[in-house]
Design a protein around this ligand. Structure first.
Ligand code: AMP
Length: 116
């Protein structure tokens, strides 16, 4: 599968589609999910063109990997989630019903999220 340059998150990265960026670093950005499933529902994506987790972890540089996860950790700190808890998930491919073919992590918090 090749990366589709027209996917929605690519458009956000290209600034073709406007979104309020919550937090950004050299290699990743975070913004609110358009259809939140919890009081806090943030998407974290790499700036590089990676379709899903395995694509990312197999091809990305150590810096890209580090900066993506450090951005998530920064959000956990900023929203004071260490104590209240949170859920971090990523949907990869067909069986997970991944909608947008650009790697993204969902950070959900702000209430009891129930069992998965
Ligand atoms: P997934 O099913 O894991 O691929 O999730 C894709 C997510 O992207 C869904 O939770 C959508 O609500 C979210 N989404 C789609 N378009 C946008 C957008 N323009 N801005 C923010 N979130 C979006």
């Amino acid at each position: 599968m090749t990366y589709n340059d027209d996917n929605i998150f690519a458009q956000i990265l290209n600034k073709k589609l406007s979104t309020k960026i919550i937090l950004e670093n050299e290699h990743a950005i975070a913004f609110n999910d358009i259809a939140p499933q919890a009081p806090i529902h943030i998407l974290i994506i790499p700036k590089g063109k990676y379709i899903k987790y395995d694509d990312f972890i197999n091809k990305a540089s150590k810096d890209e990997i580090y900066y993506l996860f450090i951005l998530i950790n920064q959000l956990v700190k900023n929203y004071d989630l260490e104590h209240t808890g949170y859920r971090l998930t990523t949907n990869a491919g067909k069986n997970a019903n991944q909608e947008v073919p650009h790697l993204h992590f969902h950070l959900l918090a702000g209430q009891n999220l129930g069992k998965m």
